[in-house]
Design a protein around this ligand. Sequence first.
Ligand SMILES: Nc1ncnc2c1ncn2[C@@H]1O[C@H](COP(=O)(O)OP(=O)(O)OP(=O)(O)O)[C@@H](O)[C@H]1O
Length: 427
Amino acid sequence: MDLKQANAVDSVIPDLVSNLFAIVATLIVHFGAIILLAPRVGIFGLAIFAYGAFIGNVYMKAQMSVKRELSKAKAPVLAHFGASIEGLMNGKAASVPSPQPPLKCSDAGNSLERILQYLVIEQEPKSSAKGKPPAHWPSSGALRVENLSASYSSDGPSVLHDLSFAVNPGERIGVVGRTGSGKSSLTLALLRLIPTEGKVWYDGLDTGSLNLENLREGVTIIPQVPELLSGTLRRNLDPFDQFGALRPSRAIVLLNHFVFSPHIDDATLNAALRDAGLFALQSSEDESRLTLDSGVARGGSNLSVGQRQIVALARAMVRQSKLLILDEATSAIDYKTDAIIQESLRTQLPKDVTVITVAHRLQTVMDADRIMVLDAGCIAEFDSPRALLATDANTNVEQGYFRALVDESADREALYAAAGVGAASSS
Ligand SMILES: Nc1ncnc2c1ncn2[C@@H]1O[C@H](COP(=O)(O)OP(=O)(O)OP(=O)(O)O)[C@@H](O)[C@H]1O
């Protein structure tokens, strides 16, 4: 609404209000006069008024439901239209954040209703002083899991069954398995995002006794398609200006003190972007290259999926997370970007950071320290790629799970070579 329209609305509203008052006053005077002259008519009047109010109430209730259903039916069309317009804008100006659409009154009522519905859904447990870990936690990425089972609802079927395993600090673990075997569910269970049973110790603390927010602050998860915040790249690396506040200063770290600075300096943020591999993807002469000041559209829609994963990886580096869970992006990411991300994970992360990679392409995890093979929510195998591929020759077992997955792959020879096992031993 521009200034002219706003002024016009401002001048109309007082007129409407005074007219309404005049109408109501006239009706009351007429009704009073009728009751004075013929009191019996007043009784009929009140009865008609009560009946009208009842019918009005029924109508409003029915009308609300119809409106709600109409809005629900229109929502996907409007969302599709909005996404198309946003995509058009991004195509024309990749680095310019698209403007937020103005809030329409007709939408606004439904949004309020949906917010109210969210207020009454089941809530996660609130944080308490008892669930707060010590300030130095987590200082290592050690993980121990005992009899972990999980389901998607408290009365739903179990999708993970009694998983028990341990991961040493700094280990690189690949999680593989056929579709539906429980790879993503395992990452959700470790963060207590779905109902779980059993015990998980992260850096020596039972995660079941920790506040959810503290647990999730201590782990970085990079999903297949990371969501970014609208704003700048700088804001996405340190959204709450919080990590700079607890960053130990190199100058006085020996004194075991912390420097309280309001922001992380740009040099640190740029170093994280470089280490995560962003600068390997773009040339410094490219005018549209991403910098800390580049605009990020809502959700990160003006960045490719690969760029979003790199930004998420840089964020993990800034956070100095000790446990990084990466859900490998599949077809949405090109080979070069994937190779850059994998190289960054291998060479740029501190040696004590534990990385769990959910892999959809076996090539991604052939150099992992160990590979966990999931099958129908159970751990079928958990060992080094070399040991898993050599299993058959050593034990005369006809076919291991991992070996079967590798043998079915088109790049079977390359996978054996990457694991340091001769393809000849496979036959
Ligand atoms: N939101 C959900 N609600 C209920 N069940 C779910 C949900 N998501 C997954 N499941 C079930 O949990 C089981 C494990 O699914 P999960 O997504 O963890 O497998 P995955 O190995 O990650 O598969 P993919 O490789 O296809 O991503 C499957 O039986 C699946 O049907």
